[in-house]
Design a protein around this ligand. Structure first.
Ligand SMILES: [Zn+2]
Length: 92
């Protein structure tokens, strides 16, 4: 596979790449240090660009608010397998 373009890498970052293509791209990233470096740079740039201009304290508070809401799904208790020992006949 040839090296993907910057557009392909940013598409991968956005998650708009079809699953098969994304897998191929990620595989390439794991074998090609140059592209991995480029992807990391892209990742950093996009993260900085996407960062909202909100004071850190406020963002942290907002995160705390979302965390306090109860989770939607219930966790099923672990099914316990009762280990039954075969009853041996007590014979003397
Ligand atoms: Zn490459």
């Amino acid at each position: 596979m040839s090296c993907p373009s910057a557009e392909e890498l940013s598409a991968l970052y956005d998650g708009v790449v079809p699953r098969d293509a994304a897998r191929a791209l990620r595989e390439h990233l794991s074998t090609c240090p140059r592209c991995a470096q480029e992807f990391a740079t892209l990742h950093r740039l996009l993260k900085v660009a996407a960062r909202p201009a909100v004071p850190a304290g406020l963002a942290q508070r907002a995160r705390g608010l979302t965390r306090s809401s109860p989770p939607g799904k219930s966790i099923r208790p672990e099914q316990r397998l009762s280990r039954q020992k075969p009853r041996s006949l007590s014979r003397r």
